[in-house]
Design a protein around this ligand. Structure first.
Ligand SMILES: Cc1cc2nc3c(=O)[nH]c(=O)nc-3n(C[C@H](O)[C@H](O)[C@H](O)COP(=O)(O)OP(=O)(O)OC[C@H]3O[C@@H](n4cnc5c(N)ncnc54)[C@H](O)[C@@H]3O)c2cc1C
Length: 411
């Protein structure tokens, strides 16, 4: 990734067989005058970058971290986005993704129900998936800079974006794809930042035995833990816990022993799995509060626009799908099919709400149910008699497969 540089080392001439190198100011490049600037290079930002640069638009993406890197995530991804990813030139299975077709759910006491997943999905680490997308974006001619955006303002129909290294970029459009919680959310004074975000996310990779075609969601007091395979036979164990409940324990190991291991399935999995990371990765202050899709003309994509509870296993699908909706609206604007910025923003807001509103509602409902041990125990008992009722529940938090119309390049 290009580190941000104001000057470039240029070999300008040779004198008596000795070359002289001086620092010369860099020529203005398309990367300093992008049509679309994207803040954040996770799934949403990278998918927007690939889609838009693939359609010939000048795209600059700014991501604060390097690639590849591990991220806290359950790493189970719904098949609904697979045709679209392939259409973009990214095939997770070529990088070792594991096909997953069954779901197991358990209560704290260990009551278990299993059902086929209506659409199914696959397991792939974020280390690999984000890197694949990053490479695809570069191949499309997208400029990717490693830097942290510290401010973005809008005036006279133009955005000015400033980074920690002191660079300033101007562009007619900016996509905010900076994830669930960023320094920019505070900078922009986004409302959800004023409310407490009570969840802690923890993830690690392990070796051990786990069925390749299964994703398991095991409940524990104050949270739930997802277990599934990713590439190279690694088991991903990732949980979301109530921070208050976690704080009562000395450290992660003590919390896992005392709380996660009350669930006999988790006790068994953790007892037989060998960690591959020195320490699990953690993130705190995870919030599921609603967020505006467009804020001061900034077009939000992925978790920046709204996040579904991870127990639904579809946050990545939603991030990718929202990037598709936004890219399509932007391309319609560039093609002259939308007459103004206001029309573009209206269309994107409307499509986002139409596509995700019901899923987010269902996600909140299921999270509330999961958190009530007695109610969940009762619901799961009913499901053990009628497992065929589970797939319709899952469908409430998922969409249809994003079928690609190759002729139109749309979906
Ligand atoms: C515990 C947990 C488990 C989950 N499990 C699953 C699962 O199994 N399946 C599923 O589908 N979803 C799951 N999710 C949800 C999923 O991880 C997210 O929905 C998905 O990562 C959203 O992608 P994104 O691109 O919006 O954000 P991210 O992937 O978070 O990307 C945002 C990027 O923005 C960058 N950034 C932030 N601020 C700046 C800045 N100022 N300047 C430059 N760059 C910046 C960050 O470095 C980051 O790379 C889970 C989430 C959690 C918390």
């Amino acid at each position: 990734m290009a580190k941000n540089q104001k000057y470039t080392l240029t070999r300008i001439c040779s004198l008596q067989n000795k070359s002289i190198s001086i620092f010369a100011p860099m020529q203005p490049s398309p990367s300093t005058t992008p049509e679309v600037l994207i803040i954040g290079g996770g799934l949403a930002g990278l998918v927007n970058a690939i889609h838009l640069s693939g359609a010939g638009r000048r795209v600059l993406l700014i991501e604060k971290h390097d690639y590849p890197r591990h991220k806290v995530c359950g790493e189970y991804i719904s098949n609904e986005v697979l045709p679209y990813l392939r259409h973009l030139g990214v095939d997770p299975f070529a990088a070792g993704a594991v096909a997953i077709s069954r779901l197991a759910l358990s209560t704290v006491s260990g009551k278990l129900v299993e059902a086929p997943l209506p659409l199914g999905g696959f397991g792939i680490s974020r280390y690999t998936l984000d890197h694949l997308l990053y490479q695809r974006a570069l191949a499309n001619g997208c400029t990717i800079v490693q830097d942290t955006v510290t401010d973005v303002t809008f005036a006279a129909d133009t955005f000015t974006t400033t980074t920690r290294s002191g660079q300033t970029y101007t562009s007619p459009f900016v996509i905010g794809a900076f994830g669930k919680r960023s320094n920019l959310d505070a900078r922009l004074g986004r409302k959800f930042m004023q409310r407490q975000a009570p969840y802690l996310g923890v993830k690690g990779h392990y070796t051990g035995d786990f069925p390749a075609d299964l994703v398991a969601l095991h409940n524990f007091q104050g949270g739930y833990c997802g277990v599934s395979l990713v590439e190279d036979q690694r088991i991903n164990i990732c949980y979301l816990a109530d921070f208050k409940s976690f704080k009562q324990h000395k450290n992660l190991a003590a919390f896992q022993d005392a709380v996660l291991c009350q669930n006999p399935h988790l006790r068994d999995i953790l007892a037989h799995a060998t960690p591959l990371f020195d320490e699990p990765l953690t993130i705190s202050q995870v919030s599921f509060l609603p967020k505006p899709t467009v804020e001061d003309h900034l077009l939000m994509s992925g978790d920046s626009a709204g996040m579904i509870h991870p127990l639904c296993g579809n946050g990545m699908g939603m991030a990718i799908h929202s990037a598709l909706l936004l890219s399509e609206s932007l391309l319609r604007f560039f093609a002259g099919d939308l007459p103004s910025r206001a029309a573009l923003e209206l269309e994107y807001r409307r499509k986002w709400q139409e596509t995700f509103r019901k899923r987010l509602f269902a996600g909140r409902l299921f999270n509330t149910l999961f958190a009530q041990d007695r109610v969940f125990d009762w619901a799961l008992t009913a499901l053990t008699f009628f497992p065929q009722l589970l797939p319709p529940f899952i469908k409430q938090t998922h969409g249809k497969s994003l079928l690609v119309d190759e002729q139109e390049g749309g979906v």
